[in-house]
Design a binder for this molecule. Sequence first.
Ligand code: ADP
Ligand code: MG
Length: 626
Amino acid sequence: MSDIIKLLPDHVANQIAAGEVVQRPASVVKELLENAIDAQATQIKLLVKDAGRTLIQVIDDGKGMTTTDARLSFERHATSKISSAEDLFALHTKGFRGEALASIAAVAHVDLKTRPEGEDVGTQIEIEGSTIKSQEVCACLKGTSIAVKNLFFNIPARRNFLKSDSVELRHIIDEFQRVALAHEGITFMMYHNDGELFNLPKTNKRQRIVGVFGPKTNEKLVPVTEDTEIVKIEGFIVKPEFAKKTKGEQFFFVNDRFIKHPYLNHSVSAAFDGLLPDRARASYFLFLTVDPKTIDINIHPTKTEVKFEDEHAIYTLLRAAVKHSLGQFNIAPVLDFNRESSMDTPYSYKNKSVEAPRIEIDRNFNPFDTVSPKSGYTGTPNYKKESTSGWENLYDGLEKHNKSSGFSSVEIEVEPEAESLFVEQESKGFGDKPLVESETANTYQVHNKYIVSPIKSGMLVIDQQRAHQRVLYEEFLRNISLKESVSQQLLFPLRLDFSANELLILDEIKDSLENTGFIMDRPEEGVLEISGIPAGIPESEVSIVLEQLLSDLEHEVPDTGFSQTDLLAKSMAKSMAVKTGEKLDDLSREHLVNKLFACTEPTLSPFHKKTFITLSVDELDRKFNA
Ligand code: ADP
Ligand code: MG
């Protein structure tokens, strides 16, 4: 047999390797921005066209490159940042692999212009798919400009794999924000298709966060600082009352590098324990500084994961630091007279849902029973203490009032004599307590979670949350496609703040949203004004619904118009559906059941979970005879 193994030509090897470094336009943005930072730039400009498909250009005023370096920078494993393996353990730069420029040049048209300080002229190099097309002397400013055009021009499969412009742009903005947040001492600007998206002058950390996320962010931030031998922690957490209901803004930086770290995220969440409303997530911008020797940033090709030597200690320190800040924030009202008075109620208490007054019933009370010592009912509920004695009374009641057999025997829960006591409450809408079930209603709520209803063959048990999701989902789908929704006009339009990224998403789905009943406008930069909302959403929940929607859209990244409509409907159904734990009155239960069975697909929730089960009389019989 003849030899069959060959070495791949460089350009092929580069293209393969590029797959790891350059996954999408945002990866190019990250690499170029990081190179500019490593070159000690004080001002960095990012220009993007068509979400990076046509152009990604980074212009910096950093130290520039000599002609030889400029040429070498495109070679694989060519780096000025480390020279030996030991250097890997003392990294002070973003880059170190020497792969980025080689990879980018393998899959795009690259135009580099660079001039180091002290030289009169600079160097311009053009490369297409790893092949140098031209190299010339050029007149240019000190620093470096790298323009990456027609990304993936030679890998159609990759190009086709890219998501919609808005999704790719969102990823680019994410990378830009991460870098900008970590380097407040550098001026950053970003333009998309000639429109300015960000203009962030050199500043401090707090103002940088505000610059990136909008002026209203300032009042939401609480500083965190802690300096120990293992780690220095600084940054900000977002006050619990401003926590996002879904995904928060969660930023960890280690030695000025953005990282994702589920374990440390957990430590921050643990510090927030009990302070956040249901389902809300803590938001934070935390900057950790550790000795580079104690971390390994080499475990992930795109370098957002970091391994710490002493993860556990950092976890504990971080949680303590965040707790401390939260504590200080809670003490603050006493000292600060300018605070809004609404903030003085402890958070968890303030957000407690209001409970309908409870009526406690003495089950053993029988006005006709003159012999029983309990007949002197004083109005003090004591049924808890007396849950077993006097149980025969239940049967008395049953004999007298519930002679009919079969399913209605559930009504042994009903205390017929006592019922008249509650008629009034019932008519006021408190009639959803199991003990005061009206005898005519044929649906019951169990544990504020299930709706039970007798049917011919036995009984039906409906999951109220899932059922309502199904109903709303089909309603929204219909409204979005038929454009026949009902809008509820707001007397005072709501003004909501969103980040640039979020506004982009909202713009993209504006039409569909309007079909569900939203009426929106963009009166000024960074603000969304809502003057109409879908009928059925309480005004106070509009921001939650939109936040949930944004988070769903960001995570699921729909591509086609169809799945986007679907996602929109699902998301709104999810956030607007009644939840487990909510009490439903007779009428609501009845409506829900009727609407569910009028659905095209009543059996499943939009998330493919069962909406109801049935229990036949046979099954019940079997259970009793088992
Ligand atoms: P790495 O950043 O891992 O060293 P890159 O391929 O990103 O690898 O860059 C290769 C080299 O090119 C860098 O080490 C640096 O010397 C030089 N370089 C890249 N971008 C710039 C820039 N904007 N300014 C100055 N030098 C640069
Ligand atoms: Mg680099």
